[in-house]
Ligand binder design. Structure first.
Ligand code: 5GP
Length: 173
């Protein structure tokens, strides 16, 4: 690994925070089947751990989105590359995202999914970078709030690398 990675959140800290989020999700949706909508690819590790931390019934759905194109700054453009396979009408849904940065991606996803008639639609992100926000999008569940730095690991990539790191680190080129 040639890049300089500074660990921000070690695996143990992520695990205990994700466990808390799972309990919180269930407490906010008592008795409901929760549809977790994972935004590919960055959220898959978070999704896998979060899904196991939510007691009771959960459905998993996947949504492919392209917003960054291999670099370390946002293009601002959002594109759905893989749509949901099932209807979310009448379901209690939580969008599971790796990180909310400008908020443009989440704003687009919320507007796109809201018109499909879910019973409720919330947002869970592992990381929140509010310093770079360009929308007033509401994030209901936040793992950690971070400063405006580019991070990798635990699903987050740079040019498709580093997703498999068990920790989140600041990438210093
Ligand atoms: P937004 O639309 O909120 O600006 O960006 C959302 C997407 O940008 C995230 O899902 C993620 O793919 C990417 N992104 C934003 N900040 C970072 C970062 O610090 N590291 C990585 N790897 N991706 C980021």
């Amino acid at each position: 690994m040639s890049a300089n990675l500074k660990v921000l959140f070690p695996a143990e800290q992520i695990a205990s925070r994700v466990a808390e989020l799972g309990i919180q999700l269930r407490a906010d949706h008592p008795g409901e089947t929760i549809t977790l909508i994972a935004v590919l690819k960055g959220s898959v590790l978070f999704l896998a751990d979060l899904a196991r931390a939510v007691p009771g019934d959960v459905r998993l759905e996947f949504l492919g989105v392209a917003s960054y194109h291999g670099g370390t700054s946002s293009s601002g453009a959002v594109q759905i590359t893989q749509d949901l396979r099932a209807s979310i009408e009448g379901q209690a849904c939580v969008i599971v995202e790796d990180i909310v940065d400008t908020g443009l991606t989440m704003d687009y996803l919320l507007r796109t999914l809201a018109v499909r008639g879910p019973r409720s639609l919330k947002v869970a992100c592992l990381l929140d970078k509010p310093g770079n926000r360009e929308t007033d999008v509401q994030v209901d569940y936040v793992g950690f709030t971070i400063p405006d730095e580019f991070v990798v690991g635990y699903g987050l990539d740079l040019g498709e690398l580093y997703r498999n790191l068990p920790f989140v680190a600041v990438y210093q080129p």
